[in-house]
Design a protein around this ligand. Structure first.
Ligand code: G
Ligand code: MN
Length: 399
């Protein structure tokens, strides 16, 4: 009989058989050994755990009922360090509880004695392939910088803590077209942790670790600092990004928080990428922020899934057009129409429009022509550490 999942690699895979009954182990070991597997046996779960720790085992097959440590306990011990290693559990007494437990802790399969050796071989073949696949997937995820399953939580926590320790804020000017002045600066989070490159990776880690609140509080405190010194005497505004989750953090609306003290100088950017509709009381929370003196901007307008729903909900003072609308706007009549209708709608409602992500002179000219009030992007100035870039050094870029 041929298996659907023949082992393909030249290296024989190692199967670890675990049972306190030598007869059972010996016959299955012989059967698998004759079919291109390297078989090792252990008479107790504790010995099996020790063997797995040494590495090089591709599949574990274990009896459930063993004295001292059961097969299910073995499975749990293995899962602490091995998220993917397939464990096949075998039992003489099919009990619903142990089956349920086995599934909960991620047993690969649950086989009832007497074990048909050919069925076991097929199961092991399949397990070897699934294991290879799982490991390949995990490696790919790690390579792409999006850390994998729950098992790397400890690693992710360590990276996140390093990211927080090396956190700093970059500031990028937002320029006013009409009088060629600096209207404000957007504060952008940065970290020097190589494993979490870019603010997106840091935010993703915080989401996974339930640390968004802490990240937000640290970021806002750091963002506020120029208002205390270099921005203290000029009228420019500070733009600060909020994660939608921050809207429900009492710290944002606390009167003594770092930003609330300077709220009249702060524009809170709320992205329209994520849906706000699932959140409680968004309207009330926004109006409370407004009462404290904050202004509200919709960020990334045009990139959201939800049409203009966030627009109605936030009633913003300022609208930031998404970079995708800005890119090559000078060469796309569709983008030109969209930008023109957005800027004229905003003007009717008394709102200012920011075009962000401007990279070329042609984009700049098109956006000015289409009625954008404010411009931001690499073409004018990259986000950078303080000291803040002043208009004197970049006035030429406004034409
Ligand atoms: O989501 P939000 O719009 O806040 O993201 C702003 C991001 O865009 C920042 O990380 C900033 O570094 C980046 N950025 C700023 N200006 C430009 C630009 O001109 N081009 C590109 N590609 N990115 C920019
Ligand atoms: Mn932003």
């Amino acid at each position: 009989m041929t298996s659907e999942f023949p082992p393909t690699s030249a290296e024989p895979s190692t199967v670890l058989l675990v049972d306190d009954e030598p007869v059972f182990v010996r016959s299955l070991a012989r059967y698998l050994g004759e079919r291109k597997y390297r078989v090792e046996t252990r008479g107790s779960a504790a010995d099996a755990v020790a063997r797995v720790r040494e590495g090089g085992v591709q599949v574990v097959v274990s009896d459930i009922s063993m004295p001292r440590m059961t097969g299910v306990e073995l499975l749990r011990a293995i899962r602490e360090h091995e998220p993917d290693l397939p464990v096949v559990l075998v039992t003489g007494l099919p009990a619903v509880e142990s089956a349920a437990e086995a599934v909960e802790y991620g047993a690969f399969k649950y086989i009832v004695k007497p074990v048909d050796p050919e069925i076991l071989r097929q199961t092991v073949d399949q397990a070897v392939h699934v294991y290879r696949l799982a490991r390949a997937k995990r490696e790919a995820l790690e390579l792409l910088g999006t850390a994998g399953g729950a098992s790397d939580r400890a690693g992710l926590e360590a990276c996140f803590e390093r990211a927080l320790a090396s956190l700093w804020m970059a500031f990028q000017p937002i320029l006013r077209v009409s009088d060629k002045s600096v209207f404000g600066y957007e504060a952008l989070m940065r970290s020097d942790e190589p494993a979490l490159p870019g603010p997106g990776a840091v935010i993703y880690a915080a989401e996974r670790l339930g640390q968004l609140g802490r990240l937000g509080r640290i970021t806002r405190e750091r963002a506020a600092s120029p208002l205390m010194d270099s921005m203290a005497d000029d009228p420019s505004l500070l733009f600060v990004n909020l994660h939608p989750q921050d809207l429900v953090d009492p710290d944002v609306a606390a009167r003594d928080s770092a930003l609330a003290k300077v709220a009249h100088r702060v524009v809170l950017e709320i992205t329209e990428r994520a849906s706000l509709e699932s959140m409680d009381n968004v309207r009330a929370r926004i109006s409370h922020l407004r009462e404290l003196g904050f202004r509200i901007a919709v960020d990334d307008l045009g990139a959201g899934y939800a049409g203009l729903s966030s627009f109605a909900l936030l009633e913003p003072d300022i609208v930031k057009l998404d970079m995708t609308l800005v890119r090559d706007v000078d060469r796309s009549s569709v983008k030109q129409k969209l930008v023109a209708s957005m800027t004229s709608l905003c003007k009717d409602m008394g709102l200012l429009t920011v075009a962000e992500g401007v990279e070329t002179q042609a984009e700049r000219d098109a956006l000015i022509h289409l009625g954008c009030d404010l411009l931001q992007g690499f073409y004018f100035a990259r986000p950078s550490r303080p000291p803040l870039i002043d208009i004197g050094s970049i006035r030429d870029t406004l034409g």
